[in-house]
Design a protein around this ligand. Structure first.
Ligand code: HEC
Length: 194
């Protein structure tokens, strides 16, 4: 019994000594690293959040007047409008392009077409979203009834914030996502008989 007790006391002392030794090593390691550590503060990237946000902010809302001969019954224009409207893509243009559309921007980058169908339903839409109003039967319901006109549709696509400051729709002309002709093509498609 006595031997056992002694043994216990011995191992207890050993572990206290071990603990103190480890603690000393840890503290000396910490002290030495903090004393000799290089100053990396200049290397750490510190992005300027305000600058980054500024870069991503949209330019102010802009009123646009539809150019003359913008909305037409021209088959090619309507085909381009339909193509842009229905092309759900993430950077790459899918399918055969109608006459007058290019795969790349002037700067050689792949042009991103459409994504209108991500939010709007319309005749022949595949996988349409419902964040925006359904544009099915638009001509009869909205244009012929006098509720909307071509200029309204053009402005809505060019910069929807003019009519609704809190819109969830993409801004297309102020941001140069699309050019005037392409906005006309989409307007022609939406107000066309389908
Ligand atoms: C992120 C969702 C979203 C996308 C993408 C989107 N829209 Fe819209 N759209 C809306 C919403 C929401 C409205 C309702 C009015 C508003 O908030 O401005 C709207 C309204 C419209 C209207 C007006 C309908 C009316 O008579 O009131 C037209 C036309 C239109 N969008 C066309 C387009 C076209 C063309 C594209 C593609 C270039 C497009 N939208 C892309 C969400 C979207």
């Amino acid at each position: 019994m006595k031997i056992l007790l002694l043994e216990d006391e011995y191992s207890l002392r050993i572990s206290i000594v071990e603990f103190l030794m480890k603690k000393t090593i840890m503290i000396s390691l910490l002290v030495s690293t903090s004393l000799f550590a290089a100053d990396y503060s200049s290397v750490i990237e510190k992005p300027n959040a305000s600058e980054l946000i500024q870069k991503d902010l949209l330019p102010p809302a802009k009123v646009f007047t539809m150019p003359s001969n913008c909305v037409t019954n021209d088959k090619d224009s309507i085909a381009r409008g339909a193509f842009i409207f229905h092309n759900l893509n993430g950077g790459k243009v899918k399918g055969k392009l109608p006459k007058g559309l290019a795969k790349k921007n002037a700067n050689g980058k792949s042009k991103q077409y459409g994504n209108c169908v991500a939010c709007h339903n319309i005749e022949g839409a595949v996988g349409a979203g419902n964040i925006g109003p359904d544009l099915t039967g638009y001509k009869a319901i909205f244009v012929d009834s006098g509720v909307r006109d071509n200029q309204f549709v053009y402005q809505k696509i060019a910069d929807p914030r003019v009519e609704n400051a809190n819109t969830h729709m993409t801004v297309n002309l102020t941001t140069k996502l699309f050019n005037e002709q392409e906005i006309c093509d989409m307007t022609s498609y939406i107000v066309s008989e389908r």
